[in-house]
Design a protein around this ligand. Structure first.
Ligand code: HEM
Length: 509
């Protein structure tokens, strides 16, 4: 039955180059079992199929991995090709149909309604929250890095970004930096993100139905409930506060802040002339909670890791901090000062080129499309492999060289560098994310000298210690000479390092 139902689609899709398939499995057996293996396979096939798009079959599901900027342009600019692929279904139990996962007219209306929440003035208020939490973060780092200790910076960062997003999205403080996993909801956020990533490529756990039989299913149900109850309780309180007008009063209570949280914007917005109902508010707030912290965790953590490996770039960044902040290096940088830090901007851009927080995104065709002469049949998943662009030597010279200044001279086209995607469904939180990463990195580099886990790991030639995008044999040879503290890049919904991001911090005098 399956063979017959996909026969026509197979004839069309198999015109695109791609690995040979087995009956029933397709290429599922080759894709790799872990998020790290999958990323390697995607790169290996890209090499094998002339550094262009290629197709693969996961069972009877046809999938095109899109890496060609001309094709990416058509897909991302399309106003009809906006439905997300199946992998996003894993987010549904938690996020429902929020901005990231919804489609059609619901997505259009919500995107229009939410856009003002990132207005310049609101972002300036959010900057204050970012500064306050960065200060707490620095305090915590001083403690854990004392005595030349090696710390897992990826793990530490997670709590910082969670505090920032809880405060900006919901207007509440959960003190994750200080209290960490002792707070039930903090642990729940961490467990949920881990669970989604782990299930994404698990042959059985991926299915909502089969996952019910898994031993970890009951724990996941509990985690989900903790998150739902936490978010709904805050929404209910906030609705009540708006109703009774407390939110407008200036007295000192938990709703008296002058700054607007994202939740306040939602409560004062309308769709089709009516206010949003609680479920709609829940979906959008939860979407921000997920998308707004898991991505920035890898953004901040990989930036710090790169600083530890590239001392010359760190020196330039520090010099710029001195030039902008003068002899007031210990106070918060203002919104304006962050905007003046040009080298910091180049540094983060380069960090997102080599370690983009969102390595790939997915779409699903609801009708046949012809893109630059290639027919893509209805019912095909498209995996837009954004991370590959950063390693394409036709776009970036010497892609494995970490060189922030390249963005001053090499000008990638609008669809050749896409950490925040592009087109109508691009990242709505881009400015928020860049501001947060810059605020933290600015303060970090002013407070500490950032060193690799062991001195010998410092880059001596300006090249990365990770080898994605090299021909398979060369990559395997270099990886075999790697160090236990070199990151193992792992990608599902966001880019992480499977073995953490280890470094040392020495307080500057
Ligand atoms: C370094 C940090 C970030 C990166 C690299 C990033 C990247 C992206 C990318 C590539 C997409 C497109 C997803 C897709 O098409 O499936 C996206 C969408 C989105 N991002 Fe971000 N993001 C970051 C931070 C944030 C933050 C901080 C927020 C919120 C505060 C946010 C909210 C969203 C939302 C709501 C969407 C869905 C937009 C839509 O479909 O209309 N992101 N992001």
């Amino acid at each position: 039955y399956f063979e017959l139902s996909v026969a026509k689609k197979k004839r069309v899709l198999n015109k695109i180059k791609g690995p040979p398939t087995l009956p029933i499995l397709g290429n599922a057996h080759q894709v790799g079992k872990s998020p790290a293996a999958i990323l390697n396979t995607l790169f290996d096939w890209w090499y094998e199929y002339d550094k262009d798009n290629y197709r693969m079959w996961i069972g009877y599901n046809g999938n095109i991995c899109v890496t060609n900027p001309k094709h990416l342009e058509v897909i991302l600019n399309s106003i009809t090709l906006i439905k997300k692929s199946g992998i996003y279904d894993l987010l549904n139990p938690w996020l429902g149909e929020g901005l990231l996962t919804s489609t059609g007219s619901k997505w259009h209306k919500h995107r229009k309604m939410i856009t003002p929440a990132f207005h310049f003035n609101i972002l300036q208020d959010f900057h204050q929250v970012m500064n306050e939490n960065s200060t707490k973060f620095i305090k915590r780092l001083k403690k854990v890095s004392a005595g030349d200790s090696i710390i897992d910076f990826q793990d530490e960062t997670h709590y910082l970004t969670l505090d920032v997003i809880c405060d900006t999205a919901m207007g509440v403080t959960i003190n994750a930096i200080e209290q960490r996993d002792t707070v039930e909801v903090v642990k729940a956020f961490k467990d949920m993100c881990y669970n989604i990533n782990m299930r994404a490529f698990h042959p059985f756990k991926r299915s909502e139905l089969l996952y019910r039989l898994a031993p970890d299913y009951p724990a996941n149900v509990k985690t989900l409930k903790i998150l739902q109850d936490f978010t709904n309780e805050i929404i209910e309180k906030r609705i009540e506060a708006h109703r009774t007008g407390i939110a407008k009063k200036t007295e000192d209570n938990e709703f008296s802040r002058k700054k607007m949280a994202f939740l306040d914007t939602l409560l004062s917005s309308t769709i089709d002339g009516r206010p949003l109902n609680q479920q709609e508010i829940y979906e959008e707030v939860s979407t921000f909670m997920f998308e707004g912290h898991d991505t920035t965790t890898s953004g901040v953590a990989y930036a710090a890791y790169l600083l530890s490996r590239f001392p010359e770039e760190q020196r330039k960044l520090f010099e710029e901090q001195r030039a902008v902040m003068g002899n007031e290096m210990h106070r918060d940088a203002t919104f304006q000062e962050i905007a003046e830090m040009k080298y910091l901007d180049l540094f983060i851009k380069e960090a997102q080129r080599v370690y983009p927080s969102v390595p790939f995104i997915g779409r699903y065709t609801e009708k046949d499309y012809v893109i630059h002469g290639t027919t893509i049949p209805k019912g095909t998943a498209l995996t837009l492999v954004l991370i590959i662009l950063g390693y394409d030597d036709r776009i970036f010279k010497e892609p494995h060289r970490f060189y922030p200044e390249r963005f001053e001279t090499e000008k990638p086209g609008p669809f050749e560098y896409l950490p925040f995607s592009a087109g109508p469904r691009n990242c709505i939180g881009q400015k928020f994310a860049m501001l947060e990463i810059k605020t933290v990195v600015s303060k970090l580099v002013r407070t500490f000298e950032i060193l690799p886990a062991v001195d010998e790991l410092v880059s001596k030639d300006g090249y990365l210690n990770t080898y994605l995008g090299l021909p398979k044999a060369e990559k395997e040879k270099k990886e075999s000479q790697g160090h236990k503290y070199d990151p193992i890049l792992s990608a599902v919904l966001t880019l992480k390092s499977e073995n953490g991001l280890h470094l040392r911090l020495h307080e500057r005098k």
